[in-house]
Design a protein around this ligand. Structure first.
Ligand SMILES: C[S@@+](CC[C@H](N)C(=O)[O-])C[C@H]1O[C@@H](n2cnc3c(N)ncnc32)[C@H](O)[C@@H]1O
Length: 182
């Protein structure tokens, strides 16, 4: 094996480990569930769809085909490179944007829909970030686990398939839970 290949394999392994510690290892969503994600997202044309830890880019590509402006953040080198190659085959008009960057330092304020498949350990830290940055009414879809301490508006459960959860960022008054005037 030449030095370049050795360095590439080393980088793939190191970045896979860093991602695993940060939020989740690369475990791809089932292809059959991507349609369910898009249905739950109910993307309107031109909406911004952001994927936190965008893996191999299949969901971003599907969201772009559905009319979204798709943006992904990924720090594991192998899925990032696979996404880059995948997007080369898409028309530049719908091509998703992917950043080799941690979503923890990304600004999510422009997102209409956020999709993530991360380990529950991201917990309250991620909920705090989403609540602080997303506008009221923005949707957050999670695969397998709901967000910590945030009751989903809707859960899509199909027998023998993994669950999907839709969370909606509340308006300011909802989040303050102001009691009704009597
Ligand atoms: C369980 S996989 C899900 C991949 C993809 N979202 C899907 O549904 O197929 C989690 C992804 O998050 C990535 N990841 C973990 N921590 C990250 C971070 N801080 N910033 C960006 N990506 C991260 C991993 O590399 C991995 O690709």
């Amino acid at each position: 094996m030449n030095l370049f290949l050795l360095l590439l394999v080393f980088s793939i392994l190191v970045t896979f480990s860093i991602a695993s510690f940060s939020a989740a290892p690369w475990v791809p969503v089932h292809t059959r569930d991507i349609g369910r994600i898009l249905k739950l997202a109910a993307i309107a044309p031109g909406e911004i769809f952001v994927e936190l830890g965008s893996g191999d880019g299949r969901t971003l590509a599907a969201a772009a085909h559905a009319g979204a402006r798709a943006i992904g953040f990924e720090i594991s080198l192998l899925p990032y490179l696979i996404s880059r190659v995948r997007f080369l085959f898409l028309s530049s008009k719908i091509r998703p944007r992917i950043f080799y960057k941690s979503f923890w330092s990304a600004d999510l304020s422009q997102a209409d829909v956020v999709y993530l498949f991360l380990m529950p350990k991201v917990g309250e830290k991620l909920v705090k970030k989403l609540r602080a940055e997303l506008r009221p009414g923005a949707r957050v879809i999670t695969y397998v686990w709901p967000l910590t301490g945030w009751t989903p508006e809707k859960t899509d459960v199909i027998q023998n398939q993994l669950a999907l959860h839709l969370h909606v960022v509340p308006t300011h008054s909802e989040s303050l839970q102001v009691p009704p005037v009597s």
